[in-house]
Design a binder for this molecule. Structure first.
Ligand code: FES
Ligand code: FES
Length: 564
């Protein structure tokens, strides 16, 4: 028996002493301010609590370490202290998605009780183990400085909610979010809820010869194991192109490590995950296509229709090759950007429950109507039988536009007629949701002797990985922004979206523009170097302004703003 004090109340715990404290707090004690951001890697600080007056990462603290200890979470702080800390974060604009914020509040509390007047460096030093993916750290540091002053007796700035347009307003539900009182999807508890886990494919490309669920079905706590054969409606999902199977069938060839082969619903998440480990899959491992440059010539066809998903072309302003040949200076190069992970702090989670012949789904996705359309299609239901409730998410940045767990949770709940939660661990999140596209960009940019741009030739290839997601739109956007914020009189731009067996790529902040900006700005710098032009003046002279044209030929109106 392990005894300890939790927020002033004595607790007796007779369970597994190697269980993580975070699992106990969230799964048993009803403490949801401590979040799971990194699945027990001790890397994000979202689970921070106070143990015996010191900070402790609950995800890497075993229950046996808590014995005879005094444990404090945000829920256990005196009201006034919690209010002051939360208000300081709200006032300074240090709460965005808020998934990280309870961890920062606990960090601030522990710092200020030891050091009521910390220097900025003291605050920075204290934050080394806390990650925020939305706000940046300046506002968080300011919030802790402000909290220190308020706790020392200074007055906080009350925000008048009736100041009208132009006035300063608090973010919606910011305080509740800061103190961990606004639930995220994984914080929802519904009576009778069971827990799902997914079996991912172990190879980027393999023939799935057999999926043996027999042993998993007999594991303790397991309610049911699901495979593709259980999907009553259309198995393929996708925002633009329906090419991504909710689960891959035995006999088919997998397309990436993001593929799901089966799912388990069980009485606890731990039981579901243990059963997933017991699913045996027989693979015939095949050579994957991983190089986007080989996509068009490779004998590996990721999809039956071929690996070229779309080509987007922009040609205007004359013979670009001729204009480049006649330009006084030409900069050219091959530019490559890499796949980028969003790393939103909240991993994907969905809760679904049966509802009058259909399902109700709590989603943290970035498009409830798209969630609804795809879930209805998977279940073979009319739209009105699927109700999707948006739950504000813990960061998305584009990476939660495609459905991930929504389809599985809805399917399991619909078939079991029970509430089901499906939540991804951090490694699963990284393998499943689409990333920022890696792009290969071949550029040639010319200018005249006075440093005025003449023509751009750009050949872009974007690796959308195994599934289309919004890849075609990303590459269209990349083509449309290939000339950056500059007027280029003639343009010849081609952007190809190709499939490979890499992880799927889709939306991420900037949506293709960041990649081409790197290539374009690099070429501008090279031209400045060749012609001896001032880098600022060159950019100012060529900047878009009223009457000038974007890469697509759109003529700008008065409000361009580049030179402002
Ligand atoms: S450090 Fe504990 S969840 Fe990330
Ligand atoms: S506000 Fe910090 S992770 Fe979103």
């Amino acid at each position: 028996m392990i005894e300890f004090e939790l927020n002033g109340t004595r607790v007796e715990y007779a369970g597994d002493d190697k269980r993580s404290l975070l699992d106990f707090l969230r799964g048993e004690a009803g403490i949801f301010s401590a979040k799971d951001g990194c699945s027990g890697q001790g890397a994000c600080g979202a689970c921070l609590v106070e143990l015996n007056g010191r900070p402790a990462l609950a995800c890497v603290t075993l229950m046996k370490k808590v014995a005879a200890g005094k444990l404090i979470t945000l829920e256990g702080l005196p009201d006034e202290l919690r209010r002051s800390l939360g208000n300081a974060f709200v006032e300074k604009g240090a709460v965005q998605c808020g998934f990280c914020t309870p961890g920062f509040l606990m960090r601030a509390k522990i710092l200020l009780q030891k050091n009521p007047r910390p220097s900025r460096q003291d605050i920075l030093d204290s934050l080394k183990l806390n990650l925020c993916r939305c706000t940046g750290y300046v506002k968080i540091v300011e919030a802790i400085e402000h909290a220190a002053k308020v706790l020392a007796g200074a007055a906080g700035a009350a925000v008048d909610p009736n100041q009208g347009i132009g006035g300063r307003q608090e973010k919606y539900e910011a305080w509740e979010t800061a103190i961990g009182r606004r639930p995220f999807v994984a914080d929802l508890r519904i009576p009778g809820m069971v827990y799902g886990a997914l079996k991912f494919c172990d190879h980027a490309r393999a023939r799935i010869k057999r999926i043996d669920t027999g042993k998993a079905e007999k594991m303790p706590g397991v309610i049911r194991v699901f495979t593709a054969a259980d999907i009553p409606g259309e198995r393929l999902t996708g925002l633009i192109v329906a090419d991504w199977p909710l689960m891959v069938r035995a006999g088919e060839i997998s397309r990436s490590g993001a593929d799901v082969l089966a799912g388990v619903a069980a009485a606890s998440e731990a039981a579901a995950r243990a059963a997933v480990q017991a699913i045996r899959v027989e693979y015939e491992i095949l050579e994957p296509l991983t190089d986007m440059l080989q996509a068009e010539s490779s004998p590996v066809r990721v999809h039956e229709k071929g690996n070229l998903l779309e080509t987007c072309r922009i040609r205007r302003g004359g013979d670009v090759d001729k204009i480049l040949a006649e330009s006084v200076y030409v900069a050219s190069g091959l530019f490559r950007t890499q796949l980028i992970e969003h790393a939103f702090l909240e991993t994907e989670a969905s809760v679904a429950l049966p509802e009058v012949g259909g399902v109700r789904l709590y989603s943290q996705g970035q498009g409830v109507y798209e969630d609804r359309r795809q879930v209805a299609s998977l279940l073979g239901l009319p739209l009105e039988k699927v109700r999707v409730i948006q739950v504000a998410n813990g960061g998305g940045f584009g990476g939660k536009e495609d459905i991930t767990t929504q389809g599985h949770a809805a399917l399991f709940a619909f078939l079991l007629q029970k509430p089901v939660r499906v939540r991804l661990s951090r490694p699963e999140s990284i393998r499943m949701h689409p990333k920022r596209h890696p792009l290969l960009m071949e550029y040639a940019l010319g200018c005249d002797g006075q440093g005025m741009l003449t023509a751009l030739r750009a050949r872009l290839i974007g690796d959308t990985g195994a599934y289309a997601s919004v890849g075609t739109k990303v590459l269209e956007r990349a083509a449309g922004h290939a000339s950056g914020a500059y007027h280029v009189p003639a343009a010849d731009i081609e952007a190809k979206t190709v499939y490979t067996n890499n992880l799927p790529c889709g939306a991420m902040r900037g949506f293709g523009v960041n990649q081409v900006t790197f290539a374009m700005e690099s070429c501008v710098d090279m031209l400045c170097e060749k012609g001896g032009f001032d880098r600022w003046q060159f950019r100012y002279d060529n900047a878009l302004c009223a009457g000038r044209m974007t890469a697509t030929g759109q003529v700008m109106g008065a409000d361009v703003g580049v030179r402002a």
